[in-house]
Design a protein around this ligand. Sequence first.
Ligand code: FEO
Length: 493
Amino acid sequence: MSIHVKNNIHWVGQRDWEVRDFHGTEYKTHKGTSYNSYLIREGKNVLIDTVDHKFSREFVQNLAAEIDLASIDFVVINHAEEDHAGALTELMARIPDTPIYCTHNAIDSITGHHHHPEWNFQPVKTGDSLDIGNGKQLVFIETPMLHWPDSMMTYMTEDAVLFSNDAFGQHYCDEHLFNDEVDQTELMEQCQRYYANILTPFSPLVTAKIKEVLGFNLPVSMVATSHGIVWREDPTQIILKYLEWADQYQEDRITLFYDSMSNNTRMMADAIAQGIHEVDPGVAVKIFNVARHDKNEILTQVFRSKGILVGSSTMNNVMMPKVAGMLEEITGLRFRNKRASAFGSYGWTGGAVDRIQTRLMDAGFDISISLKAKWRPDGSALAECREHGRRLARQWALHPLEAPRPITTTQATVVPAPVMAKAPQATPAAGEWDDGQAMLCTVCQWVYDPALGEPDQLVAPGTPWAQVPDSFLCPGCGIGKEVFEPCAVEACV
Ligand code: FEO
């Protein structure tokens, strides 16, 4: 079966309603996918990409019903991964001498998968073109790492169709082929899931490549992807969306994910989320148990978030394995412009939280103070979790928040992690110094000057130290009031 795309272009791909796994089992395709192959019949007949290797036989049979295979003049392979070039062996067995246009890198990867170095490869570079008759040309644009080193796009002049391969696609299956025919919410969810889970590490390349392509000033009437729908209505919308997503994307959203041996870390997560919501009712907060929830959905939520909290019980002095796996994947995805904090319960050692915090730092997150709770959090511990949530909500706020109300906390069973390593230091009682007393952070030497206050934490100029909320965190090192000591402003600065 073929579907008319435009003029002399037809879709000759394969829908896959039932596929649930991609890249091993790392990407869950809850909405199926499609493998889009296109047949162009101009002065020359051109096939652009094939389908997944498991549909090789059906693909070649269907194609043979559409066109005499011997009349195919050129095959273009935009990308050698098996979901696009997988049917090449079956196809080339029927037309072994047909030229295959692909990047130089693709010769290596196609040969590596199909083991036919004798095929008639025609390597192309960005800007190379192929005359296909009727005044039309195919222009090639290398797109290395979108998604493999071999990737490229192919642009068809006159019809102004960009065959973009993986870029701008989605793992989404529908009987309709065009973007204006499908559920828009489903479509954009799948686009974002695809970008977040597959393309995030290559965001700087996405930006550079799109700007390069836009610099050609070519009209684009359609973006014909190799997965999911063809962008026919307002096709540049997905290109602009990619530019937005590639630019250190974030929403006013916080994601918490954890694994919990005895529900204690889950109790912490709930209480922290309550604290966040209390201080900043406008921020979106989502909580996930990594052992029970779709990993790709969690990663999509991380992609959308301005900050994440990662929790784990301590097990054998390390974090729980599913949390470790998530952190490994997050490290590989190379998220940027996001904040993070660790939390978790423990019994006799609290190794998990410290390891999570270190891993988050290594993954490039801007780290905030972490939180540990010993054994099952009691009422006081949960109050401290809520206060921790309030602190982070203020620290991570993207807009002005209401002034914090005073909170009485206890650290009997809950300890902000960085403080644990320090000997407790008594905070002088109010009245032990003048209202104009400056305070020195003994950890990083940052100075609180009452005349200036700390507007980023809603502490107004003129606020004496005694009236600074207990939730105050040093802007220099993120540690609380307990590490501050009186000093003279002149002596401190
Ligand atoms: Fe759809 Fe990179 O393969």
